[in-house]
Design a protein around this ligand. Structure first.
Ligand code: A2P
Length: 315
């Protein structure tokens, strides 16, 4: 399994299993199957509300000797309602207790947005303005988790260039990872350039276009990534499936990639995709798509002066 060394020396497998949207019963089977066939990296989060089942699968696999804890890389994420520095460790401990682990390998601030404690999907008054609870204060509390050995590396998710710039200026620390939506419709070229300059590793979420997300998150006529003509034709010419091509493309451009699946056949298919070396022309064909379409964009969270300043949430 290919890996990247992060800016703090931690080694992170390039490819992992996503668990967002995976139902509890299915995620248990999916994680067990993934670890059994050679996955070494599981991406989880408090808000996915399935960490107990992810944890049960991990612990059973470790106990059965499928792999050792040192060979496994587990990522989780602090939910928005734990942003107050005094609550950060509580958020992490809830995850560790659900996963039944002593530490996670990577712990991310899930969104650059703070909710009042106890809220999941807030009304506008549930947001805490960033002036009251700055991202830098939350990040500094996250760094304490690393000091305490609860997380080996600390990073962020859904951060734009300007938010990263401010975070680094305010804390003097460069996050190890920024996990964002990345695929040929949303290649985020400027963000990628910036992260490469700073030594921040990007992880690609929703690399297959996230077609199983709730209907409430979907636009009426959204373009299908897996059925995109260039993706389909290029996959054919590479002798692989569209899903495998998208995974190989993500790795080819130097990003970590975490496709979600709860289907044993596709879990195996995706692992094989991660091992595929694509031709330069296939890479170019996908680079050229650049449709500029985002699948995950919670517009109701974007409140000027509360969750972002300046040009926009993603700028
Ligand atoms: P399933 O879980 O039934 O396999 P993303 O990672 O972008 O969020 O995409 C997840 C969606 O893509 C899920 O609907 C998942 O379904 C599906 N999926 C996962 N792997 C593949 C694949 N190789 N080909 C087609 N669809 C896939």
């Amino acid at each position: 399994m290919q890996s990247f060394t992060l800016n703090d020396g931690t080694v992170m497998p390039t490819f992992g299993l996503g668990t967002w949207k995976s139902p509890k019963d299915a995620v248990y089977e999916a994680v067990k199957e993934a670890l059994r066939i050679g996955y070494h990296h599981i991406d989880a989060a408090w808000i996915y509300q399935n960490e107990n089942e992810v944890g049960r699968a991990i612990i059973e696999s470790l106990d059965a000797g499928v792999l050792t804890r040192d060979e496994l890389f587990v990522t989780s994420k602090l939910w928005n309602s734990f942003h107050a520095p005094a609550d950060v460790e509580k958020g992490c401990q809830e995850t560790l207790s659900a996963l039944d682990l002593d530490y996670v390998d990577l712990y991310l601030m899930h969104w650059p947005v703070a909710f009042r404690p106890g809220t999941l999907g807030p009304t506008p008054e549930d947001f805490v303005p960033l002036s009251e609870c700055p991202l830098s204060a939350t990040f500094e509390a996250l760094l304490q988790l690393k000091e305490k050995g609860l997380a080996r590396s600390i990073g962020v998710s859904n951060f734009s260039v300007s938010k990263l710039e401010k975070l680094i200026a305010d804390t003097g620390v460069v996050p190890a990872v920024n996990q964002v939506e990345l695929h040929p419709y949303n290649p985020q070229l400027a963000l990628k350039r910036y992260c490469e300059e700073k030594g921040i590793r990007l992880t690609a979420y929703s690399p297959l276009g996230s077609r199983d997300r709730p209907d409430t998150m979907k636009a009426k006529d959204e373009p299908s990534l897996l059925e995109n003509e260039t993706v389909v034709n290029t996959a054919k010419s590479e002798g692989i499936t569209p899903g495998q091509l998208l995974i190989a493309w993500a790795i080819e451009r130097g990003t970590v990639v975490i496709p979600k699946s709860t289907n044993a056949g596709r879990i195996a298919e995706n692992l094989r995709g991660a091992a595929h070396i694509m031709s330069a022309s296939a890479r170019q064909a996908l680079d050229d798509i650049d449709l500029q379409y985002r699948y995950v964009s919670p517009a109701s969270w974007f409140i000027q002066g509360v969750t972002y300043e300046g040009d926009g949430f993603w700028c």
